[in-house]
Design a protein around this ligand. Structure first.
Ligand code: CP
Ligand code: NVA
Length: 307
């Protein structure tokens, strides 16, 4: 296993499956793991807002017998110009792990490079790997399998899209992204994905045609049209992405037993209609719950001290 959890694609299918199996067991038998990270402290650095990630990590480390320490953007000397290098070196002397949510992905990789303790990526502008792990756990719970399913992401090609694509590649799901040409994933990310998908025998599709993309889909996935840090562009984004709202008519183009997922927070009426996100096919709260179990499994995997 690697020291850090920064991207899904850094791990093999076998390693990721082991984490999901552990997450399932932790969900079923939480007491069995109550002391597994006893006495350990997870530092949690957030320079962006969070509900799920913050609460599930802090609760998760507590449920494993440890404690979480929360730092918002202004708390650390980092915000006054102390270097990531010095921060990494110092925090490694106190803590057993660091979870960080921030803007620049390179800040996370730099932190991980200089820290001697595990660093977990809780979202950057580039990706959101913990989310994708909880999503795969949720899909496996609902469908009792992952291989061969088709996951279709609808909307802005962003951090969540990238981690989902990579998780699909590792777990053997076909992945489709439906978005206007102006808001699809960057071409170099698509090219890298296609290379990985080929060796994994997974099909990737990028289209701006809703009916074409929805066909044969088992999972429909949504996210906000305006990610954190993009607020100034929100009117422009809404205009470009508005036609890609998931409505009941759009859902009807997918498989009959398709489910609707969303990483949350949702903007009801923008990327998704109320009837869909609050409807029978929606599994958003099971999905949100699984952030807790999947992240406990990630922390356990990286932080458990082996004798
Ligand atoms: N999905 C997710 O990461 O939610 P938060 O921004 O609330 O942490
Ligand atoms: N793409 C969204 C995800 C929020 C969990 C954002 O980065 O704001």
């Amino acid at each position: 296993m690697k020291k850090d959890f920064i991207a899904v694609i850094d791990y093999s299918s076998k390693e990721l499956t082991k984490i999901l199996d552990l997450a399932d067991d932790m969900k079923k038998h939480p007491k069995k793991y109550a002391k597994s990270l006893q006495g350990q402290t997870l530092g949690m650095i957030f320079t962006k807002n969070s509900t799920r990630t913050r609460v599930s990590f802090q609760t998760g480390i507590f449920q494993l017998g440890g404690q979480g320490l929360f730092f918002s953007a202004n708390d650390l000397q980092l915000s006054r110009g102390e270097t990531i290098y010095d921060t990494a070196k110092v925090l490694s002397r106190y803590l057993d792990g660091i979870m960080i949510r921030t803007f620049k992905h390179s800040d996370v990789t730099e932190l991980a490079q200089h820290a001697s303790i595990p660093v977990i990526n809780g979202l950057t502008d580039f990706n959101h790997p913990c989310q994708a792990m909880a999503d795969m756990m949720t899909i496996r719970e609902k469908f009792k399998k992952l291989k061969g399913l088709k996951l279709t992401y609808v909307g802005d090609g962003n951090n969540v899209t990238l981690s989902l694509m990579n998780a699909c590649i590792r777990f053997g799901l076909d992945f489709c992204s439906i978005s206007p040409k102006s808001h699809t994933l960057a071409s170099e990310l698509i090219a890298a994905g296609e290379k990985d998908a080929k060796s994994a025998k997974v099909k990737l599709t990028f289209t701006d045609n809703i009916a074409e993309g929805m066909k044969g889909s088992d999972i429909i996935y949504g996210d906000t049209f305006t990610s954190m840090g993009q607020e100034a562009e929100s009117a422009k984004r809404l205009q470009a992405l508005g036609p890609y709202k998931v409505t009941p008519e759009v859902m009807a183009m997918a498989n009959k037993k398709a489910v609707y997922m969303h990483c949350l927070p949702a903007h009801r009426g923008e990327e998704v209609a109320n009837e869909v996100i609050d409807g029978k096919q929606s599994i958003i709260f099971d999905q949100a719950e699984n952030r807790l179990h999947a992240q406990k499994a990630i922390m356990y995997t990286l932080m458990k001290k082996r004798k």
